[in-house]
Design a binder for this molecule. Sequence first.
Ligand code: HEM
Length: 88
Amino acid sequence: MSGAGHFSEEKPSNARTWVRQIHRWLSIAFTVTVVVTSVALAQEQPVVWVSYVPLLPLALLLLTGLYLFVLPYVTQWRNGRRSVVAPE
Ligand code: HEM
């Protein structure tokens, strides 16, 4: 399937790919819940409990997002690299 297949036992790229996909789909779910919340609160009699619904996908986004954020640094640290990678 993917062309370049060389050994790299230190890269947890599978976990990373999974978490990235989950983060991506959670972002869609989160956006939908925010839109639904806006509609629910705009009613004459606002459905207030709906405004708590986005907190669940947001919490999961935070966890998966922090994982994605920290992972490159952990990988670098594990590999014993001391050079600083300039973020773009
Ligand atoms: C709550 C705290 C969040 C943290 C800490 C976080 C962190 C991150 C990190 C570190 C990345 C990877 C960036 C990279 O290395 O290229 C990422 C990607 C991304 N984030 Fe978040 N994020 C958060 C919330 C959100 C929210 C609220 C949304 C949208 C509703 C969002 C949408 C995305 C998308 C679409 C990507 C690209 C995913 C991909 O490349 O497939 N994130 N985020």
